[in-house]
Ligand binder design. Structure first.
Ligand code: HEC
Ligand code: HEC
Length: 150
């Protein structure tokens, strides 16, 4: 009886690992993300890219053809996809070198790093590199909110 339970557990493990391997093998052209990235991780990473830049998938991905609306996600024809790979490498380097992020942390898909796409982009394709101008001379700052009774 014990033997059967152990066997069943082993068979289950093999099934599970096979299922995972199948899931991991679905992506064809990963050069910066881990090869075993799962669908759930990919969805969350791609959502982070899109919302950080305030764009949609088509900013970095081309369609299979003009008539079809399907994307060819593995294609590298988009210039922005190639730029995004460079940005990703830069981001990983910054976190590792200046924020001492460990390998384990960097690999954890559930953790957003200190410096993420959003840290710089803030919902824009091109991050702003100047703070807002101070008020011109003579122009008053908006009055501070009143506190207490009138
Ligand atoms: C800012 C650019 C950018 C945006 C926006 C973006 N992606 Fe990506 N996507 C990439 C890059 C770069 C890769 C390749 C990653 C690598 O090389 O490891 C990629 C890879 C993928 C892949 C894997 C393709 C394969 O088989 O190799 C899928 C699927 C994908 N993206 C889906 C999406 C979806 C869905 C959206 C919209 C929600 C989206 N992407 C938005 C840049 C982007
Ligand atoms: C350290 C700040 C910083 C981080 C982090 C960063 N970016 Fe950028 N990114 C920039 C700057 C600055 C530009 C504009 C460069 C220029 O104008 O030549 C830019 C431009 C881009 C562009 C080209 C946009 C266009 O319209 O030409 C893409 C695509 C992009 N970033 C994707 C990403 C993605 C995806 C991430 C996260 C993996 C990311 N960036 C993280 C600073 C950053």
């Amino acid at each position: 009886m014990k033997k059967i339970t152990v066997m069943a557990a082993l068979v289950c493990l093999v099934c599970i690992s096979f299922a995972f391997r199948q899931r991991a093998a679905r992506y064809k052209n990963l050069k910066v993300l881990p090869k075993n990235t799962t669908k759930q991780e990919m969805d969350s990473i791609m959502r982070h890219f899109s919302t950080s830049l305030g764009v949609r998938c088509n900013f970095c991905h081309v369609r299979t053809n003009d008539a079809q609306r399907d994307f060819d996600f593995a294609s590298d024809s988009s210039k922005n996809k190639q730029i995004a790979r460079g940005m990703f490498k830069m981001m990983v380097k910054i976190n590792k070198k200046y924020f001492k992020e460990s390998q384990a942390e960097a690999r954890s898909a559930n953790r957003i790093p200190e410096v993420s796409c959003f840290t710089c982009h803030h919902g824009k394709e091109n991050p702003e590199n100047r703070p807002p101008a101070p008020p011109a001379p003579g122009q008053q700052r908006p009055p501070a909110p009143r506190t207490g009774l009138p």
